[in-house]
Design a protein around this ligand. Structure first.
Ligand SMILES: [Fe+2]
Length: 234
């Protein structure tokens, strides 16, 4: 069976730098809109986060604008409702856990080592929606399933992009949003269906959805990915 995430020699770059990958999630039935609506009804409320999509690059989480729409309205009207949504930890549903496992097993094979706990998030966003500048708690892949977006990934070892104090606060439990500062150099990766990007820990990043249509992406992570290869994050 061919790998869901095509890594090849790029496996050695995991945890060190951002890079683009090809993957086989495009058109997967579990990521169709109707299946995501059904999934959203089964997830606990705390696992669904959504808000207005046109937000600044640096967003104070307390000032996150809401839309007044329900989860299902947001999903059904994503083309024109100006929203951003994430379904978190969808591995709580067995069929999504199986898909996640299928994807990350290939990654583990390419790395030649077992992986630890795994998590999958699904992002649904309207045209022009922005995911503000932030840092994630784990190495991850963002795999584009439908539509186009650009992810700007910054050097995980550049303390102009994220300071030691910000990292300490984040890993002590603070919100992942960061204040973007001019001077840090990010690399843009253009994602279209079938293309994804690896985000090493703790690389700050932000995402801009393309203007012509909505998009869906799967975020797959594992605390163990790349850890043996990575320089210490602090
Ligand atoms: Fe992220």
């Amino acid at each position: 069976m061919s790998a869901m995430v095509e890594l090849g020699a790029d496996a050695a770059r995991i945890g060190r730098e951002a890079f683009a990958v090809r993957h086989a999630l495009r058109g997967h039935e579990l990521l169709a809109l109707d299946r995501l609506v059904e999934l959203s009804r089964r997830l606990p409320e705390r696992a669904i986060e959504y808000n207005a999509g046109r937000v600044p690059l640096s967003l104070d989480p307390a000032r996150t604008p809401r839309t007044g729409l329900s989860v299902e309205e947001t999903l059904r009207r994503i083309e024109d409702c100006g929203s951003w949504m994430v379904l978190k930890n969808v591995e709580a549903a067995p069929e999504y856990a199986a898909l996640l496992s299928e994807c990350l097993s290939g990654v583990a094979e390419a790395l030649g080592e077992p992986l630890g706990g795994r998590a999958a998030f699904i992002f649904i966003s309207s045209p022009d929606a922005v995911t503000p500048y932030h840092v994630d708690p784990e190495e991850n892949f963002l795999l584009q399933v439908r539509g186009r977006k650009t992810i700007h990934v910054f050097d995980p070892f550049d303390r102009r992009a994220v300071t030691e104090e910000e990292l300490e606060r984040f890993f002590s439990g603070r919100h992942p949003h960061l204040a973007y500062r001019d001077g840090a150099i990010g690399t843009p990766f253009e994602l279209e269906a079938g293309v994804g990007g690896h985000v090493p820990l703790p690389a700050p990043h932000w995402v801009q959805n393309a203007p012509e249509g909505p998009s869906r992406s799967a975020g797959l992570s594992d605390p163990a990915i790349g850890a043996p290869n990575a320089r210490p994050p602090f």
